[in-house]
Design a protein around this ligand. Structure first.
Ligand code: G6P
Length: 531
């Protein structure tokens, strides 16, 4: 595994103007999950909900600054119904820094507000299922997070080849919609015309397909996940591995959250593809095209997060959780229940803390929020069951009449999560591998107790939070237990010192700067291409 060298000057979050100073223009965004989703009520009416997650929050920063067309997939029957009902498949939405909502028919761009539209692609359900569950979540996600149990999986046979065909068709549907949504080509506009920003592992083939359809566009790709080292990436069939890399290399600029993931991508381009890699300039030359590779670490909009955390619904949870905890110290974790989040080892570490340092029994409580994720996949359902099993064992083993050592919550409640951040004495973030991890950044910004952060060294966020956090090897349960003990035992002065460093690092590169940095890198990259 590559060490984490210092970023090239100005690369991580350059001192750029924030989005407000960006010139207006047209920006196309493509992501599997869009900024809005729909549900069908008992009365048959469609209601919209703003999309959540770091990706939507980060990209919504473009709202109001540029004319935006956001292309995403319809994820369920209600989305499909909304997409079919929308004129030309385009939904009028109101994007804002904290998400998006479908606007009523009477709303529009309005004075001083750039237009934003969402095009939801009604991809045939079996094709979508094979592309999203079969390739994106069961193959590429497993590759980049090193999740395979290799004696048994992966197994690339005929079933996979069918999934791969669907993945191609799904990526092509995005490329078609972007090509069409870009409008007429503007001659000689390289770098200043329409910019397309393609997101994540679901859409690794789209940049190449889009460049073939529309050579006039400036195209960026951003990976929100880690990137696998070449020897693990090469588990993929050779032609598939090549197609994934060539797909991204269709972009003029490829972005990653951390230096390690960018380096791993460059390694794969060199080893797997035999591409010409310049590590100083951070460029990849392949098939007559040059792609620049950049590190753009996403941070948190501290003011917006704090404003949300001050709302009444969050404060009601603060009161309830505080009453339940009493004067016990709180160890908090908040995750989607994904295999990469390492919740079982985190709970095992808590168990070891109570065994090795019994003085904490009765004086500490662990709040573990593990929200449901990707339950279509059997591995995820089994993992959720394992999390629940070890949680029950801990409560049975250590619980007493007047002490509940662990509370596991498996339902999604954003307001309650924001409350838990405020009360945490220790935040445990121990993924086996993670592109960034925004929990590690949100906690320090909201904590009212100078919370200590026990952080996996395999999270992208570790590169920025190393000075303030206690870094751990996520596979080493005993070392994680030791770090929890250190975090609980830290002097107030040391907690304060670290908390200040953590909060500062977490708030640098907020979404608008993250996006501005990418647009600026994309414009420079696109101008370099021969006309
Ligand atoms: C996580 C990852 C993102 C990814 C998303 C997809 O949040 O960090 O890289 O886009 O999962 O999740 P989904 O629920 O759409 O499968």
């Amino acid at each position: 595994m590559t060490a984490d060298p210092a970023p090239a000057a100005g690369d991580r979050c350059p001192n750029l103007p924030s989005m407000s100073a960006e010139p207006a223009g047209r920006v196309l965004i493509a992501s599997n999950r869009g900024p809005v989703s729909f549900s069908l009520g008992d009365d048959g009416r469609l209601t919209s909900r703003r999309g959540g997650g770091g990706l939507v929050a980060g990209l919504s920063a473009v709202a109001g600054r540029a004319e935006v067309l956001w292309v995403c997939a319809a994820l369920n029957d209600a989305d499909r119904a909304a997409a079919r009902a929308a004129p030309g498949g385009r939904l009028d939405v109101s994007l804002s820094a904290d998400g998006a909502e479908a606007a009523g028919p009477e709303s529009g761009a309005g004075p001083g507000r750039a237009e934003s539209m969402v095009r939801m692609l009604d991809i045939p359900a079996p094709v979508f299922e094979r592309a999203y569950n079969g390739v994106a979540n069961s193959t590429l996600w497993f590759i980049h997070h090193l999740l395979y149990d290799t004696p048994n999986r992966p197994l690339f046979g005929l079933a996979f080849r069918r999934e791969w065909e669907s993945f191609r068709a799904y990526n092509a549907a995005f490329a078609d919609a972007l090509a069409e949504g870009a409008g007429p080509a503007v001659p000689g506009a390289a770098g200043t015309g329409t910019r397309a920003m393609v997101q994540d592992y679901h859409l690794t083939l789209t940049p190449r397909m889009l460049a073939d359809r529309r050579p006039d566009l400036a195209i960026a790709h951003f990976s929100h996940t880690p990137w696998a080292p070449p020897e693990y990436f090469a588990l993929l069939p050779d032609d598939v591995a090549g197609e994934v890399l060539e797909g991204i290399l269709g972009a003029d600029h490829a972005g990653f959250h951390a230096q390690r993931w960018a380096d791993a991508f460059l390694d794969c381009c060199e080893v797997v593809l035999g591409a010409q890699v310049d590590r100083v300039a951070r460029t990849v030359r392949h098939a007559g095209h040059t792609t620049t590779v950049g590190v753009h670490a996403l941070g948190v909009d501290a003011a917006q997060l704090r404003a949300r955390a001050a709302a009444d619904d969050v404060q009601a949870h603060v009161t309830a959780l505080d009453r339940a905890a009493g004067d016990r110290k709180l160890i908090v974790r908040i995750d989607r229940t994904e295999l990469s989040k390492n919740i079982v080892r985190g709970l095992a570490a808590y168990r070891e803390l109570l065994i090795t340092w019994p003085q904490w029994r009765g004086r500490v409580a662990h709040l573990a929020f593990a929200y449901p994720s990707r339950h279509d996949l059997p591995e995820y359902r089994e993992y959720t069951a394992s999390v629940q099993r070890i949680a029950r064992e801990i409560v049975d083993e250590f619980g007493t009449e007047d002490w509940v050592p662990l509370v596991l919550q498996v339902n999604d409640d954003y307001a309650r999560s924001l409350a838990a951040y405020q009360l945490a004495d220790v935040l445990l973030v121990n993924p086996v591998r993670d592109g960034m991890n925004l929990v590690a950044k949100e906690g320090p910004l909201l904590s009212e107790r100078d919370c200590a952060v026990v952080l996996s060294r395999e999270a992208g966020a570790a590169a920025e939070l190393a000075e303030g956090a206690l870094l751990v090897n996520p596979y080493d349960v005993s070392a994680t237990a030791q770090a929890l003990h250190e975090a609980l035992s830290m002097t107030e002065a040391e907690r304060r010192r670290r908390a200040t460093l953590l909060a500062r690092a977490s708030a640098s590169c907020p979404p608008d700067r993250w996006l501005a940095a990418q647009l600026s890198a994309l414009e420079t990259a696109a101008r370099r291409q021969p006309a």
